[in-house]
Design a protein around this ligand. Structure first.
Ligand SMILES: Cc1cc2nc3c(=O)[nH]c(=O)nc-3n(C[C@H](O)[C@H](O)[C@H](O)COP(=O)(O)OP(=O)(O)OC[C@H]3O[C@@H](n4cnc5c(N)ncnc54)[C@H](O)[C@@H]3O)c2cc1C
Length: 319
């Protein structure tokens, strides 16, 4: 019986594991490599990394740090979750030998998002270096740079309008082909944003730095930056549908803003699957915050006298 099983070993799951392992808890992180932190090749908005840090490096160091404090890592996919009548959870994983069941008193979902990246050759080499998905994270990288928005119809127009704050040198490439309406066309004209009704067939890059997009029209667009704007990013919350947990129309889980616990007791949700800023620092904050409250709950479950929800912290402040 684990004190806590964490499903997903990206940023949020790792931060939860570090905090809980340092609270002397028996923690397992079950993770199939993947997710956003596995593809983002440079995060530049993280405190302490002025040159940026890749998702891979961040995860490797995080795993090392959590392991150092005793967290266990299991490289399997979680395929089922169930609440046990006697309390706690049963977590089913798919292993090479078949399925395996693990038990835990508390559960943390940290499964992140699945993105619909278009199958453009070498696109992944550039993700987070010169091709981005989030203006809040990386709008800065486009400042003064000619920037293509590769996307689908209205989504691409909306992304271009957001990026207009950072750069005026924009071109929308409607790779997905969904039509844009008159209002959207008028917006592009008003902002002076170029538009191409074409697919990206190839991209030219060197060491992850985008140089050129080769379009289905035959045109070669010299651009050093691009943003992707496709619908269909999915919060990986399907496993939670077995519980009385509120999930919004976009698949994100509602949690208590203070504790990050879901509507189902002893079940927490952290990182990109929660509502709703999808950033590394937020994922880390969620993880640390959830772990603090999980520790309180575990002490109660272990039979310690109920803890005050507002323990004294510092000089009269409360957490
Ligand atoms: C190209 C790109 C650039 C980005 N740039 C920035 C940036 O500059 N700054 C910033 O703050 N943020 C950036 N982000 C966003 C950032 O990566 C995410 O906010 C962060 O990764 C969220 O962490 P998470 O732990 O919630 O999810 P993830 O990091 O996606 O981790 C989820 C983990 O759970 C695993 N998992 C899912 N389902 C299961 C299952 N059933 N069983 C086992 N394991 C499972 C996944 O494989 C994955 O390992 C960027 C994202 C992308 C894609």
């Amino acid at each position: 019986m684990y004190d806590t099983i964490i499903v997903g070993g990206g940023i949020a799951g790792l931060q939860t594991a570090i905090q809980l392992a340092r609270s002397l808890r028996r923690v397992a992180v079950i993770d199939v490599p993947g997710g956003r932190s596995a593809v983002a090749r440079n995060y530049r908005n993280i405190l302490g990394f002025p040159q940026g840090v890749s998702g891979d490096d961040f995860r490797r160091e995080g795993q090392k740090q959590a392991t150092q404090y005793g967290a266990e890592f299991i490289a399997d996919e979680v395929t089922g979750l169930a609440a046990r009548a006697e309390g706690g959870f049963c977590v089913t994983t798919k292993t090479r030998a078949g399925t395996h069941a693990l038990l835990a008193k508390t559960l943390v979902m940290a499964t992140g998002m699945a993105d619909p990246f278009p199958p453009i050759p070498r696109l992944r080499d550039c993700l987070g270096l010169s091709i981005f998905i989030c203006p809040d994270c990386d709008g800065y990288e486009s400042v003064g740079q000619k920037t293509a928005v590769i996307g689908d119809g209205p989504h691409a127009v909306q992304m271009a309008a957001e990026l207009f704050f950072y750069t005026k040198k924009l071109v929308v490439v409607n790779h997905g082909g969904s039509e844009i309406n008159e209002k959207e066309q008028a917006l592009l004209e008003r902002l002076g944003i170029d538009y191409r009704a074409a697919r990206v067939e190839q991209l030219v890059q060197a060491g992850g730095q985008l140089r050129q997009l080769q379009l289905s029209s035959g045109e070669k667009l010299a651009v050093p930056r691009a943003f992707l704007a496709f619908p269909g990013a999915l919060a990986q919350t399907g496993l939670l549908r077995a519980f009385s947990v509120h999930i919004n129309e976009k698949g994100h889980v509602r949690t208590d803003p203070r504790t990050k616990e879901t509507d189902h007791p002893n079940l927490w949700a952290v990182g990109d699957i929660a509502m709703h800023s999808q950033q590394v620092a937020i994922a880390m904050g969620d993880g640390a915050q959830a772990a603090i409250w999980i520790q309180k709950r575990l002490r109660e479950l272990d039979g310690e006298s109920p803890l005050s929800p507002d323990p004294p912290f510092g000089r009269g402040q409360s957490r």
